[in-house]
Design a protein around this ligand. Structure first.
Ligand code: 5GP
Length: 186
């Protein structure tokens, strides 16, 4: 992959920066009300959820602790997920008895999250809920209740605000779609 021309490679901005930031503030306010007086831990999944986690935690006005996991799916093409998940970085503290909120960038097939939910449930949190910035319902393979949802988007491969193509474009502040020739470039 050539060094991308970040802005020139974009075909369309699906969700502008201002809309993301407004939604994050809304989610943060709702979470602050819903978890008032409860021991909330935000668990985010690297690397794609990094900007969302960083913005969301600052939009929450009650005390929270945070933890980070990193997972990768085995095999599959770059734009597909295979459903087999490997934990590259585990939680660094116990979540037993805590109210846990998984902070995810995007839920596509749901296979990654389904695995994570089973894994985290095994650690006996008091509650376990999901907050996802983006939901791509068209491709869902497993039923997942998303407790807090930012935006529902069509079945397109998106980049920006943490989401990558070949590890690039994560630093764009909006969610967009790449020009077709970018995917076909050698
Ligand atoms: P799932 O297991 O729900 O199919 O996929 C979840 C993961 O696949 C996401 O955390 C993300 O890393 C990746 N993914 C799914 N859809 C997209 C997309 O449209 N763009 C990017 N960049 N990654 C995606």
């Amino acid at each position: 992959m050539q060094t991308p021309d970040l802005v020139d490679d974009i075909a369309e901005v699906l969700i502008p920066e201002a809309d993301i930031q407004a939604k994050v503030r809304e989610l943060g306010a709702q979470l602050s009300r819903d978890y008032e007086g409860r021991p909330l831990t935000l668990v985010s999944v690297l690397k794609g959820s990094l900007p969302f986690m960083a913005d969301l935690m600052r939009a929450i006005s009650i005390p929270v602790t945070i933890d980070l996991m990193e997972v990768s799916s085995y095999g599959g093409a770059v734009t597909e997920t295979s459903g087999l998940v490997r934990i590259l970085k585990d939680l660094s503290a116990s979540i037993e008895g805590r109210d846990v909120l998984i902070v995810e960038d995007i839920i596509d097939t749901g296979l990654t999250l389904n695995y994570l939910l089973r894994y985290l449930r095994g650690k006996n949190p008091r509650s376990l809920r999901i907050c996802a910035l983006l939901d791509k319902p068209a491709r869902r393979l497993v039923d997942i209740d998303i407790d807090y949802r930012g935006f529902s988007i069509p079945d397109r491969f998106v980049i920006g605000y943490g989401l990558d193509y070949g590890e690039h474009y994560r630093n764009l502040p909006f969610i967009g779609v790449l020009k077709p020739e970018v995917y076909s470039a050698p």
